[in-house]
Design a protein around this ligand. Structure first.
Ligand code: GTQ
Length: 356
């Protein structure tokens, strides 16, 4: 762009007076803010951040002593992006939190237009119920609560169960499109046996004459870790490992081939021991949950890069368009989610894979 001479002090004063005169009419001059409104590339307010499970867990367990799931409704520690304080946002569009349920507790039934995903971090034997069906949680399972479905959580486990909640709360707030209701009873009636949805939709087969029960959202309720893990292990053995992603798969809605939820895409990847990934960047900031292994995520441009040495059950977030590099000490498995389906629907999504 061509350099323009700085305006004189008199001109500046004249313009300031003009801005003051138009302000009461709720008018503002675009020319003072055009560059910030239409930046040459994304400059997210969201920052890279890492939550070590070891550091968070004692506080989560303490929450279990000071409030019950019933009283809290959802006993969750929100993972607040340090660049977005007070907004309950992990990125500009998404929310993340760690939810704790103790043996015998019930988190009462409600429904909301926000879509939710659960990614099981610690413990087995809690369950979530949606649409008259329960799914029992195992570590690494990815579970869906579709928009506007009644859901309650409970636990027959003998210890604490913790999962990562991912919701599109900031997106729904942005659109001013949120509705929510509490149910009349704490637990919904169970009308179908566990595993029903998986049998109906999870065997690469589908019913002949039924509409999708949750519209654009996947009819699969729980994507079990055992299956995802086995697929990754086979691909690690039998296929080329991608230099940026390792072995990475996206979860699909089997009826559409698209993302499991209209607003959120989910992924699982395996980084083989010794993996030294090439850098990439994408316009969808993403939240990561470490299932297995120890490694390093380097996020940001060289001078300002942050180095997250991650361990199992750690959580970390990568902002839009920041450079990321993943390295693995032992075999690592990472779950992640982002707002990619909406960016793609709006034809905004971009990625760059460096060093190819
Ligand atoms: O489990 O329904 O972390 O409604 C935030 C809002 C979890 C839930 C959250 C919610 C839920």
């Amino acid at each position: 762009m061509s350099a323009r001479p700085d305006p004189s002090a008199a001109t500046c004063r004249e313009r300031q007076a003009y801005y003051a005169a138009i302000r009461p009419l709720h008018l503002s001059p675009l020319w003072e803010q055009l560059h910030a409104l239409v930046p040459p590339q994304p400059r997210s307010l969201c920052v890279a951040a890492h939550w070590r499970y070891e550091a968070v867990r004692p506080h989560l367990m303490r929450a279990g002593e000071i409030i019950s799931a019933a009283e809290a409704v959802r006993r969750v520690l929100v993972l607040e992006n340090p660049g977005l304080p007070g907004l309950a946002s992990i990125t500009q569009s998404l929310y993340a939190g760690l939810q704790l349920i103790l043996p015998g507790e019930v988190a009462p039934a409600h429904r909301h237009t926000q879509s939710a995903l659960r990614f099981v971090v610690e413990g087995s034997g809690a369950y979530t119920a949606v649409n008259g069906e329960r799914t029992t949680m195992q570590p690494g399972d990815f579970i869906i609560t579709p928009s506007w479905t009644w859901h309650d959580h409970g636990s027959d486990a003998d210890g604490p169960v913790v999962w990562l909640d991912g919701l599109d709360i900031p997106l729904v707030r942005f659109f001013d499109a949120g509705f929510a209701q509490n149910a009349a009873s704490d637990q919904q009636p169970i009308t179908r046996p566990e595993g029903h949805s998986l049998a109906r939709y999870g065997a690469n087969m589908a019913p002949l004459r039924e509409a999708s029960p949750h519209g654009a959202t996947s009819p699969i309720f729980c994507y079990p870790y055992a299956r995802s893990r086995e697929a990754l292990a086979r691909l690690q053995r039998d296929a080329a490992v991608d230099a940026w992603d390792g072995v990475k798969l996206r979860y699909v809605n089997p009826l559409t081939g698209g993302a499991p939820m209209p607003t959120m895409a989910t992924f699982m990847q395996l980084l083989p021991a010794g993996f030294d990934g090439k850098p990439w960047r994408q316009t969808d900031g993403a939240m990561y949950s470490v299932v297995e292994g120890h490694g390093v995520a380097t996020v940001g441009d060289d001078e300002a890069a942050q180095r997250f040495e991650f361990a199992p059950r750690d959580q970390f977030v990568v902002p839009s368009w920041q450079r990321v590099r993943l390295q693995a000490r032992d075999d690592c498995v990472l779950f992640s989610f982002s707002d990619r389906p909406l960016q793609q629907a709006a034809a905004l999504w971009r990625e760059e894979r460096m060093g190819s």
